[in-house]
Design a protein around this ligand. Sequence first.
Ligand code: PEP
Ligand code: MG
Length: 765
Amino acid sequence: MVARRGEDPRTLPGETSLRIIMRRLREIMAEEGDGQEKLDRIVRQISGVMVAEVCSIYLKRQDGSLELFASEGLNPTAVHTTRLKRGEGLVGRCAELGVTVNEPEASSHPAFSYRPETGEDVYHSLLAVPIERSGQILGVLDIQNRASKEYSDEDIEVLQATAMVIAENLVSGAVAGAGPAIEVSRSQPTVIEGEPLSDGIALGHVVLHEPRIVVTQLMSDNPVLEIERLDKALVKLQDHIDEMFEHEQLSAAGEHRDVLEAYRMFAHDKGWHRRLREAVEGGLTAEAAVERVQNAMRNRMLRQHDTYWRERQRDLDDLSDRLMRVLAGRLTSADDESMMPPDTILIARTMGPAELLDYDRTKLRGLVVEDGSSQSHVAIVAKALGIAAIGQAAGVVERVNAGDAAIVDAVTGEVHLRPSAEVISAYSDKVRFRARKQKRYQTLRDRAAVTKDGVRISVHMNAGLIVDMPHLLESGADGVGLYRTELQFMLSDNFPRLDKQTQLYRSVLKEAGNRPVIFRTLDIGGDKVLPYLRQPSEENPAMGWRAIRMALDRPELFRLQVRAMMKAAEGAELRIMIPMVSAAFEMGAIRALVEKEKTFLKKHGYTLPSAILLGAMLEVPALLFELDAFLPRVDFVSVGSNDLLQFMFAADRTNARVASRFDVLSPAPLRALKTLVKAAKKYKVPVTVCGEMAGRPIEAMTLIGLGLRSVSMAPASIGPVKAMILSLNAEKITDCVDALLKEGAKDVRLHLQQFAEKEGVEIDG
Ligand code: PEP
Ligand code: MG
C-alpha cells in the first residue's frame, strides 16, 4: 500500500504506510520527551498516515480496566478520564478476547459503550487491534472514521504491526512515565493451576524447554538481507519438520502427530511465507515479522468460534516459536546444558518421555507441561526420576521467563511463578514437613505390608532405569513388579547390542539382590519412540504396531532381548512379562519363541535361568473375554491399568482433554478387575496391578477390596500405600466394594473416601 498522505514532507516516493509508520515510530522513540509526549506523537502520526479522523491508545490498568492514554481526534479532556471496565464496549472486547474489531457501524453494535466525554458519537467506523506482547494484552490501539466503512486487510495489518511496535516499547520502558506502570504479567507473581503428574514439591528456577527468543530488534536496516535470512530459516524449518516426520520421532503419539501435521501444513504454506516476506519488505526484521504475522493470524483464528481453529492457533504458535529459534540458532534447552541451573524447573508446551530424558537428571527438580496427562509416559518418566511434575498448566509458557523463580506443587497441582518471599517461606516449611513425613515412611520400610486383619499385600516397585534400583531398598518394596526395559533403549543412540543388554539386566538383578524382578519386554509405540528405529507412520500408534505385535512380526529383536535376559539371569529365576497381549493365542506364539531361545542357549553351553516365569500384561479389554483360554497360558498377570482404561473408555491417555474424563473408580473398570481376580483365583494365577492407579492410596485400597493381593507402583508411592495398608481392614473394604458394585453406586470415589475417613484409613496423596 502506498501512503495516502502526500502532504507529509518526510514521505519518500512509493513508501508504504507501514514503512512510513515504522520510520516515524523509530524517530519518535529517539526524540526527546516523556512517555506521554511520545504516545501523543504516535497517535498523531498514525491518524495522519492512515487517514483516520481518530487514533487512540488505551492501556490496561492493574485491575483489568482500560484507560484512554492518548488520542488524536477524541476530546482531549477524555484522555486519562475515560476508563472502560474489563470487556466493556468494542474496545474492551478487543482487549478481553485479544481479537481485532472491524465495525463499519460501531455505534449501532450491541456491544458499543457510549462515552459522552469522548465526543465519539460522530464516528461510525472503528478498527481496534490489541496491543499485545507475547500473548499478553497490554492495551488497544484503534482508529475511527466518520464514514461508515469496513477497513481493508491492509489497514488491519498496518495497525497490527504498529500495535506490536508500541507493545515492544511499552515493555522495554521506552515510553515509560506515561501514567501508571504497564503491568506485565511476566513480572508479577502468578499461580497457574494444573493437574499433578508426579508427586512432590520443587523450588527452583525456570528453564524453558524451547527457549523463547525475545525480539530485540524490530526494524531492519537492510530488507534484502533480512529476506535472505528469512528464506534460509524457512527452508531449514521445513527440512527439520520433514525430517521429524520421516523419522517418526514424535509422530508416534496422537497429539504430537496432529501438531506435526499442522506444522507441516503451515511450514509449507505459501500464504504464510508471503505474509512473512511482506512484513520484512515493510521494514521489520525477520524475527519481528514472525511475531507480527503470528499475532495477526492468531487474531484471525481467534475470531473463528470453532475449537478446531483455536487448536490450530496453538500449532501456529509452536511453529512460529520454532521458526524464531531457527533464526536464533537454538532448538531446545537440552542442547545447551550450561543454561541449566542446579535446581531446574523445566517448562514446556508439550514433551515426550525421550525429550525429558535428554536433560541432565541431576539438575532437574520439577517439570511443568501445558498438556500431559497423569498416565502419559512423560509423567511416568518424571515419577521414575523423582521429579515433581504438573500437567495441563494452560498458558504457563506465555507467562514465564527463563530464570524466573518457580515452585512446583505437584500435591495440589499449582505452579507458583515468581513467588513472593512469604510463599517461598511457606513452601520451605511444607518441604520440611514432607521430609518429616518421608522419614515416617522410612520407618515403615522394614515392616511388611499387612492389613489390620492380617492380610499380607505384596508391594512392588516400578522401575525403568538403573538409577531407580537404589529405591528398592530405600522404599522397602518387595521387588520390582514392572521393569520397563524400553526406557533404557530410549536413552541410547542406537539399538543396544546383546552384550550391552545383558550387562544392563545383570546389573538390575544384582541391585535387586534376592528380591524378584519382572522384566517387561520392549513396549515401543504409542508415545514411546526409539529415534533409531524406523516405524511406519500410523494413524493411531497406541493401537498400532507396538509391543507384542512387533515381537511376533519381527522376532529377531524380541529374541535378542530374551536371550540377553536369560544370559543375565544364569542360574537364577527369570520373570519375563509381555506387554499389550490382545488374544490368548499370542501367548502360545511367544512361549514358542522363548523356548527356541532356551534351546539355542543350551546348545551353546550357557547356564540357563533356574526357572523362567512367563507372564502377560492385561491392557487390552478383549482378553477379559477369553480368560479361560488366556490364564492357563501364563504364569502371572499384571494389569496395565493405564492402557486398559484408555482402551476401555476409548480415551487417549496422552490427551489431557480426555485422559482424566473417566474415573477408574467407577463400576465398569472395577467390575472388569473383579472378573479377572475371580478367574485368576480359579486358575491359581497370581495377579498384580502395575498401572498408575496402584500407586494412589485410595485406588490401592479399592484394589484390595476387589481381592488383589499384589500391587506395583512408582517408588515415591510405596510409603503412602504401605501406610494405607497398615491402617486398613481388608474384610471391611471388601464388603464396602462389593456393596458399591452390587448397588451400581453412582459416586464410587466419594463413597470410598467416606469409607476411608470413617475407618481411619490413612489416605495420603
Ligand atoms: C500400563 O499400561 O498401565 C502400564 C503399566 O504400562 P505403560 O504405562 O508402560 O504403558
Ligand atoms: Mg501399558
